[in-house]
Write a new protein. Structure first.
Length: 83
């Protein structure tokens, strides 16, 4: 699974769990509908932290809580020597 797909999975899971649509999430978060659509469709591979922060707040979570889940925590960057 690609790194960007992990965020999509997280967003979709939280929307389903809370019974909200992506459109409603856009309204709740203040993130443009087109931006959220691009993230969820996989067109945006590396969303900005400010965008993720707004999404987290819409889910009534801190950014840390939003990013603290098994798939992301266990993700390994292969062949990435950048530090």
């Amino acid at each position: 699974m690609e790194y960007s797909e992990i965020f999509v999975k997280r967003i979709r899971f939280l929307c389903e769990e809370r019974g909200i649509t992506i459109n409603k999430l856009a309204t709740m978060s203040g993130v443009k509908q087109s931006t959220l659509d691009n993230i969820v469709r996989g067109l945006t591979k590396n969303p900005r932290i400010m965008t993720l922060h707004k999404i987290a707040i819409a889910f009534n979570m801190t950014p840390g809580e939003f990013l603290d889940f098994p798939e992301l925590n266990s993700y390994e960057f292969e062949g990435d020597d950048e530090e």
